[in-house]
Design a protein around this ligand. Sequence first.
Ligand code: ATP
Length: 290
Amino acid sequence: MSAPVPSQLDPDAAISVRGLVKRYGDRNAVDGVDLDIRRGEIFALLGPNGAGKTTTVEVLEGYRHRDGGEVRVLGVDPARGGRRWKADLGIVLQSGAGDSQLTCLELLRAQAAYYPDARDPAEVLELVGLTEKAGSRGRTLSGGQRRRLDVALGIVGRPRLLFLDEPTTGFDPEARRQFWSLIRSLRDLGTTMLLTTHYLDEAEELADRVGVIARGRLVEVAVPGELGGRGTAPAVVHWTEGGVRRTAETATPTAFVAELAARFPGEVPDLAVARPTLEDVYLRMIGEPA
Ligand SMILES: Nc1ncnc2c1ncn2[C@@H]1O[C@H](COP(=O)(O)OP(=O)(O)OP(=O)(O)O)[C@@H](O)[C@H]1O
């Protein structure tokens, strides 16, 4: 399980949350979340539909009032964040500005004008791979190109903290990989990122740590390879022997495979060693009662 979160807010964290509660009617959509996100980290928030991810993120962005708990984002309570604080945030929402009559470059220039230290709009288009579309109107872009434009709009203000809500929905595999390398280059520039996604491979590729939220509660926070005890879970070894498919579970797969190898003259037929995937542990976690 994750290390316990200290009871005090962490003043050095990019995001620090203690006991966050948000109610809709008599239901707690967010039900006592404690969380610290370090500066420079990529953190992925995972959880099923309706778990409370968007509500949590909207409170952090200053778009929603909370009903309880303490929150600091870049050292400021989002309920009291002013213009200067907002200028340090970049936000890529689920539905973006793709329907605009303006061209991509015009949209970026208009957005850049709000920020004291904006990036060059042409450089941002280059960064997201939309240089060829600089003169195209938003509504003529494909779905994946619109998402890239959304990201471009989110980063043109040179944010210290970037929120990405399901950023690669609708991307083809190549566009997703290009997007992942864009996110890594933003991290190399020092940007902290909070990402929500339903793609577990995306979380595994990008995130330094993942948090799983279910029914408004944070179930666990861990590095992707260790979530749900993945790192120490028994491995399953498959191979074929005497024409029969064999399976064994073992805590010491290296020794097990070495023994197998000694029994066969050459390659062990159909050998495969598997550990639980992030998806395996995630599905188990969200199925558990809160
Ligand atoms: N404005 C609102 N009024 C009432 N209930 C709401 C409102 N917004 C969200 N909820 C409820 O709060 C709960 C959490 O919703 P939220 O949008 O935070 O989930 P999510 O984890 O982001 O889900 P998804 O993966 O579907 O985007 C859900 O039960 C939802 O129906």
